[in-house]
Design a protein around this ligand. Structure first.
Ligand code: HEC
Length: 157
């Protein structure tokens, strides 16, 4: 029995080491001119919210802490980034027309209001991503202001 246990433990270790050689490609690109941080005049605290809580999954640039580089966590992270970017990529903000932006702003409000974003697992690992009431208020204030500007912009009317 003890031999069996030893073999089992060795096997687990071997599998763990071997899977480290199968690392997904990293999501690290240039900060493009279309990036929301370059496109919008965001108040400092709203920039901080996006940086701390959203951009790792919703842009072309992810900050990878060491534990995100370890398989199988790295595989899960890659999946989140791919799905997150498919829904909303803040690196492409400049390419959105006014309608797309209005819809995106409303989506963001809804996700944050319902506390479905940022993803719970992410907040557990990234304490700075936890949104306080002040964060949420600052974000919504900006969404209201920008949303109203967009709705009143000549293209939409
Ligand atoms: C750990 C990765 C991760 C983080 C961090 C994250 N998201 Fe997401 N987001 C996703 C994934 C994955 C999806 C697609 C699946 C889903 O809707 O759950 C998504 C979907 C969305 C959607 C589209 C939802 C829909 O169904 O229309 C919005 C809007 C969104 N996120 C906003 C945000 C905002 C705002 C933040 C920061 C406050 C944020 N996300 C942080 C991973 C993330």
């Amino acid at each position: 029995m003890r031999l069996f246990l030893k073999i089992f433990v060795v096997l687990i270790v071997v599998v763990f080491v071997v899977i480290q050689f199968f690392q997904p490609e990293k999501n690290i690109g240039e900060i493009s001119v279309n990036h929301i941080l370059r496109q919008e005049q965001l108040p400092e605290n709203v920039q901080q919210i996006l940086r701390n809580a959203c951009l790792d999954c919703h842009s072309n640039n992810t900050n990878y802490p060491w534990y995100d580089k370890i398989a199988p966590v790295s595989w899960m992270v890659k999946k989140h980034i791919a799905e997150g970017k498919k829904e909303l990529n803040f690196s492409e903000w400049g390419k959105f027309d006014a309608y797309d932006k209005i819809v995106a702003l409303e989506d963001i409000r809804q996700e944050v209001e319902q506390k479905t974003m940022p993803l719970k697992g992410y907040v557990t690992m990234h304490k700075e991503a936890k949104l306080t009431e002040e964060h949420v208020a600052a974000l919504f204030a900006w969404i209201d202001k920008r949303g109203a500007e967009l709705v009143n912009s000549p293209i939409v009317q």
